[in-house]
Structure formats: structure tokens, C-alpha cells
Design a protein around this ligand. Structure first.
Ligand SMILES: *Cc1c(COP(=O)(O)O)cnc(C)c1O
Length: 498
């Protein structure tokens, strides 16, 4: 299996290089040159497996430069019962033909764990193959969920170090506490006096500074990235779409003889829903992929008009992990839908960079509208959805999942489609206890964060995930903060190489 770049279809690398390098030299994203096919019989075989076995079988098809043992070790090291309680991706029946796929049973209670628990295993093996035993230094700029999930994934992984920068006033109190109390000997966390963009820009500058690169190399270290455009984060996400289909088949509620189903995906950077599109390319019977956005509804407009336009106000919403105006992984979809036309994709991305917008041609528009449905939900709609799901179905969901459930309701109203549907749930309600409690009790509570967790548990009876409960009273390890201009110095002193 070879990978090419969305900006240069002649570039060819193996999976280890795609994962170790993260992004292609000319700025494109790595994509598989072809997609292995899973037929109905193989699907039925997967149905008999547990999650780790499904992951092993599916990921092996893409990691052909890894040995079978290596893939097994990666998968078995990541999806353990100890880390994912009760299992990595359980499917819950909501009502007659609607399911919820819960992707937040990992160590940080958000779906980023599904990829970031296995990425360190893939990354260290990829690095051993491509950059002879150097220590990999992961730099992350985060607005909350990714930083914590990456810290937890890379903690105490041999031959790696991880450094996370977050905006001092740009993450929720619970997210800040999750990062500040992070355990592990190879982790560092630093707040910056600036916003998320400042953190991101600072990290990019450190990455590309030749002097810093040289200094790291002289200490047998090299930078890598754990952000969501890395193929090593996308690949593990394909697995749970197959897994959800198998579990729905298994549930006995419906007769799934290769019957098609819909998935509704709360979307930000377009990584999660792109993995679903890839699963469909591999033969998973999917009818519509329903792309759910919050008030930052750039993707809704794109799916409906073929015009991507980031020149619009940025809203801070109650589903912060979807507050994004440039969905990087969309580039991979466009590459696929143009039949691998790197020139056309490159031109659109250049327009996005220079004027903030682009318009795809009619053929691509047509394909997008066949494959996807897009809509969005305001905070008010999402709050109403949380309340209604809890009152009518007894199911408590977080603010991101609520956006998906709200959009699904609009989809059914608009289309009358009765295809069985899986709503993808991306975070525990307790991670956003403030907004969820407000939705359930219909008023804002002026109490501290742990009191909100307690009150939400008392009002709803939904169990508090262990990692959230364990935060209480955990010692704070990281209180450091710095100016944006000092980020390079901070990195060097955290690595002890200055
Ligand atoms: C990251 C995230 C999303 C968005 O996923 P993308 O792959 O960026 O589209 C949705 N919900 C939660 C809770 C997240 O952390």
C-alpha cells in the first residue's frame, strides 16, 4: 500500500513515512493510493470480533510496511479494557432505528482518544523505521481536547517527549485542570499569554526554525506532530464505523443483510466524517453521511453551494471543539472526488490561503450532494435537544453530540428518510457539565465546576466517568506560563538542551 500527496500525486511513500512525517514536503496531505475492499462476508467475520481484533484486521490492510506483530502490538497496547471502560466504541440503541456510537470511553472522555491512544504506538514504530532511533518530540498547540488526549496518549511512551501549549484564557476550567494535573515523566505543559492562533503560529515557527531543528538533531531528537491531518490519526477512526455497523447488525433490533445506514457526525476539522467516507469507499454500506456543524457553519454552506468561504465571523459556542473555520481534512475529500487531481485541489487551497474562499466545479458539487447532507444547530437548538433527548429517551448527551442529534432531526424533517441511523457521540456530557446542566435544569447554575458535576449526576443519574471523578484533588504539576515570543526558549529548557 502506497500513499501519495493531495498536492503531488506522483509522490509515493509508505505508511511509516506518512506517519512519521505528518505532512508532505509541498504542504499536501498523505492519502492512500487505493482503498482495500471489505465484502459482505468479511463484514460478517468482523462482526464476531471484539474491537481490538476489528482494528487489527482493518489497519493491517493500510500498514503494509508494518509487520503483523507490530500492528497487533500497537492495537493491543492502545485499546485495553483498563483504558476504555467498558469498551472503546459501544453502540447504544436510542429508539427503534436510531443508535448512538459512544466514542468517549477513553482516558480523557473525548473521541480524540480513539486515535491518540494508538498514534504514539504507530509513531514510535514509524520513527524507528524512518529516522533511526531518534527521540520524537511532539509539539502541540491546543484549544482543549487534543492537548489532553495527546498528553495521555504519549505519556511514558519510550523515545518520545511531548510538549503542549494552550491559551491561558482559551480553555475550559475542566480542560485546564486535566492538562495541569497530567502525569508522566516525558510530558510538559505550558500556558501562553495569547489566543489559540498565537499558540498555533508559535508552534509552527518552532517546527520550521532551522537552528532549533539543528540543535535537536545534535541531541538525537526530532520534531513530529500529532495533529489531526496526520494519517496515523485518521486511520484508527475508520475502524469504529465498521465496528458500529457490526454492532448494529449484532443488536438483533434490525435485519442488517448488507442494508445501508446513515451516520451523523458532529464536525470541526472534517477528520471524523472523512474516516466515515473512507469506510464507505472500502465497501461499508452507508447511505448518507450527515455533516453537523454549530454556528460556525462554513461546511453546511459548502455542502449546499460548493462555495467554501471562511470570510465570516468566528463564534465561540458551547461546542468549542467544533469552533473552526478551516476544516483541513476537507482537502482529502476534494482530492478523492476529483479523481486525484492534485492541480485542481492545489489551486483551491491556494485560493483559500490568499482570499479565504474557493468554489468547486459542478461535477464535484454534484458528488458532494449525493454523498453528504449538511446542516447546523445553534447553541439554543442544541440545549433544547439535550433536554428533549433526556426527557423523552432518558439519554444524556454532551453539547457536540447534541449538535449532531439536532441536525439529524432537521434531516428527517426535510427528507422523510427512515434509513437506520447512527449518531456519533464525541464527548462525555461531564466534560461540558456547565452547558449540559444548564440544558437539563433550564437555568445557569452559579456553583463551581465539581459541584456542577455532582449536581448533574444527582439530577440525571448518569454515571460520572472515572477520569473526571479522579481529577478532584489531583495534584497540579504544571503552572508555568510564558509570552508567545518565549515559546522557543520554553521548549529548549523543557528538553534540557540549552
Ligand atoms: C475534535 C472534536 C470534534 C470534531 O471532530 P473533527 O474530526 O475535527 O471533525 C467533535 N466533537 C468533539 C468533542 C471533539 O473533541
Amino acid at each position: 500500500m502506497e500513499y501519495c500527496s493531495t498536492r503531488n500525486s506522483a509522490a509515493r511513500v509508505q505508511s511509516a513515512q506518512a506517519i512519521a512525517q505528518g505532512i508532505s514536503a509541498e504542504g499536501g496531505l498523505f492519502v492512500p493510493c487505493e482503498f482495500p475492499q471489505i465484502d459482505y462476508q468479511m463484514l460478517c467475520e468482523l462482526e464476531q470480533d471484539d474491537y481490538a481484533a476489528r482494528a487489527e484486521k482493518l489497519m493491517r490492510l493500510f500498514l503494509t510496511d508494518f509487520s503483523a506483530e507490530e500492528v497487533r502490538d500497537c492495537v493491543r497496547g492502545a485499546y485495553t479494557e483498563q483504558k476504555f471502560d467498558p469498551s472503546p466504541a459501544p453502540v447504544v440503541l436510542l429508539n427503534r432505528s436510531t443508535y448512538v456510537l459512544e466514542l468517549w470511553h477513553g482516558p480523557t472522555c473525548a473521541f480524540k482518544d480513539m486515535a491518540l491512544q494508538i498514534l504514539p504506538h504507530l509513531m514510535t514504530r514509524a520513527a524507528a523505521k524512518t529516522c533511526d532511533g531518534k527521540t520524537v518530540v511532539i509539539l502541540v498547540a491546543t484549544s482543549g481536547d487534543t492537548g489532553k488526549a495527546a498528553l495521555e496518549g504519549f505519556r511514558d511512551v519510550p523515545n518520545t517527549k511531548i510538549i503542549v501549549f494552550y491559551p491561558e484564557n482559551g480553555v475550559s476550567p475542566m480542560q485546564k485542570l486535566q492538562m495541569a494535573t497530567q502525569e508522566g515523566e516525558n510530558v510538559s505543559v505550558c500556558a501562553i499569554h495569547g489566543n489559540f492562533d498565537d499558540a498555533q503560529t508559535g508552534v509552527k515557527e518552532i517546527f520550521t526554525d532551522p537552528a532549533v531543528k539543528q540543535l535537536l538533531a545534535s541531541h538525537n531528537m526530532q520534531f513530529s506532530s500529532a495533529n489531526s491531518i496526520n494519517w496515523g490519526r485518521l486511520l484508527p477512526q475508520i475502524v469504529y464505523y465498521f465496528s458500529a455497523y457490526c454492532d448494529a447488525m449484532n443488536s438483533g433490533e434490525m435485519d442488517y443483510n448488507g442494508e445501508k445506514i446513515n451516520f451523523v457526525v458532529p464536525t470541526g476539522n472534517f477528520g471524523n466524517i472523512l474516516a466515515a467516507h473512507y469506510a464507505r469507499k472500502m465497501g461499508l454500506p452507508i447511505n448518507k453521511l450527515i455533516c453537523a456543524s454549530n454556528a460556525n457553519n462554513v461546511l453546511t454552506d459548502f455542502i449546499r453551494t460548493g462555495i467554501y468561504d471562511r470570510n465570516r465571523p468566528f463564534y465561540t459556542t458551547q461546542s468549542p471543539s467544533m469552533d473552526i473555520l478551516v476544516s483541513s481534512n476537507l482537502e482529502r475529500l476534494l482530492f478523492d472526488l476529483t479523481g486525484g487531481d492534485a492541480c485542481r485541489v492545489g489551486a483551491w487551497m491556494e485560493n483559500l490561503k490568499t482570499v479565504g474562499s474557493y468554489e468547486v466545479d459542478d461535477a464535484v458539487k454534484q458528488k458532494i450532494s449525493e454523498l453528504f447532507y449538511g446542516n447546523w444547530c445553534s447553541d439554543v437548538d442544541a440545549q433544547a435537544t439535550i433536554r428533549q433527548l433526556f426527557e423523552t429517551e432518558g439519554y444524556l448527551c454532551d453539547t457536540h453530540t447534541a449538535v449532531a442529534a439536532g441536525v439529524y432531526e432537521k434531516y428527517v424533517r426535510e427528507t422523510g428518510d427512515t434509513t437506520p441511523t447512527v449518531i456519533v457521540s464525541t464527548a462525555s456530557p461531564y466534560k461540558f457539565a456547565d452547558a449540559v446542566l444548564q440544558a437539563v435544569t433550564e437555568e445557569k447554575q452559579a456553583i463551581d465546576d465539581f459541584a456542577k458535576v455532582d449536581m448533574l449526576a444527582a439530577v440525571t443519574g448518569a454515571p460520572v466517568p472515572e477520569p473526571i471523578a479522579a481529577l478532584r484533588g489531583k495534584p497540579v504539576r504544571f503552572t508555568q506560563s510564558c509570552e508567545v515570543q518565549q515559546m522557543t526558549d520554553a521548549v529548549l529548557s523543557m528538553l534540557n538542551i540549552r
